[in-house]
Ligand binder design. Structure first.
Ligand SMILES: Cc1ncc(COP(=O)(O)O)c(C=O)c1O
Length: 382
């Protein structure tokens, strides 16, 4: 056997040293990782069953419980992106024919429906226009009509910038004997979340938004009622990788091998969570709110409107309505090319109608707000 000379030429000799531009990531995610997180990612490795790594896993679990305000024993990071943690909630608790009711008021409600259907759920939906949220009465009426086993809601809809209130929804779900599932990808670490007080039975998140860690590791939490549903399954969890009855044994007392944990990503997540604990959860939420308000004020001064009613606006993600006659994609391209700032275009129903701007975690700072407003002003005046 000999090496293929033409492959050698192309790939061995012509790949330059890695270099990327210094982007400020102010879109819907990923956001820039905190420098301390990037440093932690480069720490030397230990084995994924090393006693010192096991201590570190315990710390990550304790910190995740803190940021989510939950005592759920099954609170772990899934070794993949947020969609895998989303899939883990459904794969473990849905059995064929179970009615799953999804609140659809944006792009990620659709993803939840698609995933639930792939696990054999009898998927039902209630709808609100993109940018609006469900009231408790609307949720009650959905539960009354559909009598689901699971109600799935997106707490922070990254496609619209709306924050779905969850207070009282857990009690409603208990009344209708159903589990409450919440997508907290764009809220964890940036927007108030009280999982236990709100009676949320399962939730998932991502590392790349308000946690300020790169994408690739995703918090997941299952409460006692969700674990009971998992334990009472009459069929195996139809997804080997995300089967929490097996993964839970690595993160639980047994510490048995399931898959090789992404050690350095767990270092990074630990540092990201440590930064939140250092700052204080309430202080961090207040910082996100204050910087978002500063941004909204600046937008108003530029004559730009927000898509979501102020009361329901996420501090971590703002959708800005695109003024008449403005080429929205040309603006995002110019911000990137001339200012190294990434913002997001509208998604789904809001494509061409709104920009999506994130002020998440490490990036939620006044200097970033001013920099973006200034870049916007320059770009729009052209
Ligand atoms: C609300 C919401 N849910 C789920 C996801 C999926 O996460 P990921 O892209 O990390 O798989 C995202 C990603 O942006 C999101 O914003």
């Amino acid at each position: 056997m000999t090496l293929n000379a033409s492959i050698n030429e192309t790939h061995r000799l012509q790949t330059p040293q890695l270099d990327v531009p210094p982007r400020l990531l102010m879109g819907p995610g990923p956001s820039n990782a905190h420098p301390r997180v990037l440093q932690a990612l480069g720490m030397r490795q230990v084995g994924h069953l090393d006693p010192c790594f096991i201590d570190l896993m315990n710390e990550v679990q304790a910190l995740l419980k803190y940021v989510w305000q939950t005592e759920n024993a099954t609170t772990i990071p899934v070794s993949a992106t947020g969609s895998a943690a989303m899939e883990a909630t459904l794969a473990n608790t849905v059995e064929s024919g179970d009615a799953v009711l999804v609140g659809v008021n944006g792009y990620f409600g659709h993803r939840l429906m698609d995933m639930a259907s792939r696990y054999g759920a009898d998927v039902r939906r209630i709808d609100k226009p993109w940018g609006q949220v469900f009231s408790l009465d609307e949720l009650r009426s959905g539960l009354e009509t559909h009598r689901p086993k699971i109600l799935a809601l997106v707490h922070a809809e990254t496609s619209t910038g709306a924050c779905q209130p969850l207070e009282g929804v857990g009690d409603l779900c208990c009344e209708y004997d159903c589990l409450l599932l919440a997508d907290t990808v764009t809220s964890l670490g940036g927007v108030p979340l009280f999982l236990d007080q709100w009676g949320v039975d399962m939730a998932y998140s991502g590392s790349q938004k308000c946690l300020s860690c790169p994408p690739g590791i995703s918090p997941l939490t299952l409460g006692a009622r969700a674990i009971e549903k998992l334990n009472q399954r009459s069929t195996k969890v139809p997804n080997w990788y995300l089967d929490m009855s097996m993964v839970g044994k690595y993160w639980g007392k047994e510490r048995t091998y399931h898959h090789t944990a992404p050690i350095n990503m767990i270092y990074g997540l630990r540092e990201a969570l440590r930064l939140i604990a250092e700052e204080g959860l309430a202080e961090r939420w207040a910082r996100h709110q204050a910087n978002a308000e500063l941004f909204w004020e600046g937008l108003a001064q530029l004559g730009l409107d927000c898509h979501v009613e102020r009361q329901y606006r996420l501090p971590s993600l703002t959708t800005v309505s695109i003024p008449e006659g403005v080429d929205s994609k040309a603006v995002t391209q110019k911000l990137l090319a001339n200012h190294n700032i990434e913002i997001g275009n509208g998604l789904g129903e809001l494509a061409g109608k709104a920009w999506r701007i994130g002020l998440m975690g490490f990036n939620s700072r006044p200097e970033n707000v001013y920099m973006l407003l200034d870049a916007f002003k320059q770009t729009l005046s052209k």
